[in-house]
Design a protein. Structure first.
Length: 124
């Protein structure tokens, strides 16, 4: 009975880390959006929320690393952030969308995930 509770508690903690990682990714994307809105840091009103979002993102990543391996966490962070910010750029900032861009984004995500997963597997 105690072993079950311990396993359940570990699973619960691990799931909380994934939720924290998702929130950290959202903060990183928000920070990048604020950076875009700041017009290369020339619109000062967007700089404080940008910095706040990035600090929250890094704190969330650090907390998630308590139970998620760094290679896995960073692969998910980089791939998800890349995908989301590309979508935000296309939908909200009118950035171009072409087949080459879609393929390149997919390749970047696949490459980041593949490299980090391979690194993680090599350490086991």
């Amino acid at each position: 009975m105690v072993a079950r509770r311990t396993a359940a508690a570990r699973w619960n903690t691990h799931m909380q880390s994934w939720i924290v990682l998702a929130a950290a990714i959202a903060c990183e994307v928000a920070g990048t959006v604020f950076m875009k809105l700041s017009n290369s840091l020339t619109r000062w009103v967007w700089i404080p929320p940008m910095l706040f979002a990035y600090v929250l993102a890094l704190l969330g990543l650090a907390l998630a690393l308590r139970t998620i391996e760094v290679g896995i966490a960073y692969a998910v962070w980089a791939a998800t952030g890349t995908l989301l910010i590309a979508l935000v750029g296309i939908v909200f900032f009118g950035e171009s969308l072409s087949l080459i861009k879609v393929v390149a984004i997919v390749l970047v995500i696949a490459g980041v995930v593949g490299l980090n997963l391979a690194d993680s597997a090599a350490h086991h």
